[in-house]
Structure formats: C-alpha cells, structure tokens
Design a protein around this ligand. Sequence first.
Ligand SMILES: [Zn+2]
Length: 117
Amino acid sequence: MINPYTFGMDSSSRPTTSSTPSGAADASDLRYLEDRVDRLSLICMAMWSLLQDKTKLTEEDLMERVKMLDLMDGKEDGKATKTVSKCSRCERPMNARHKKCIYCGHAKLISSAFDAL
Ligand SMILES: [Zn+2]
C-alpha cells in the first residue's frame, strides 16, 4: 500500500491563507504549488524510469504519446487543458472543474481517473 504522506501529498500541509485581500495568490500559495509540482514531477520521473526498466518503451515512444495526448484538446501547447463538456442530462455546457451541472445538478460522469482531478 502506498503511503501518501511519503510523497508529501497530505492536503493538511496546504497553507491556510489561500489568497490576499485582492484575491491574488500570495507567496505561500505559489511556494506550495511549486513544491507540489516538483513532487508530482519527481513521481512522474520515477514512474517513467520504472516503465523503461520493465518494458522496451523508449524516450521516442514517450514523446510521441505526449504529443498525441497534447493534441486531444485541439491545440499543441504542451498542456492537457480540460475542455468544456456537455451535461449528460440537460446538454448544457459544463465546466471541467465542476462536479455537478450548475443548471440541473446532475453529477458529472467520471469516465477516467483524471476526470476527478
Ligand atoms: Zn445539466
């Protein structure tokens, strides 16, 4: 069993002050996010290293897959941008960040582990 605390994923370590009075992120928010991205990058590097050791996958295979997934949102920008989807009940636009439709309250269907991010 993986211990999330080993990877510093304890959500209680997040700064309690989430923004300045103006609504902009403060330095502690940015530091928290940078640390989190660094930890996630390290875990991705470890997973890729394991895959290379256990399979015949190459850097070219990885880069080809990154490019293919990057293009799934319609533009090659080095990011996996979440797009607007449609509510499966009322068919109105649904923000990728929302777990329920703001119009009818229908819960978003989760079809991938990444939908819950
Ligand atoms: Zn709806």
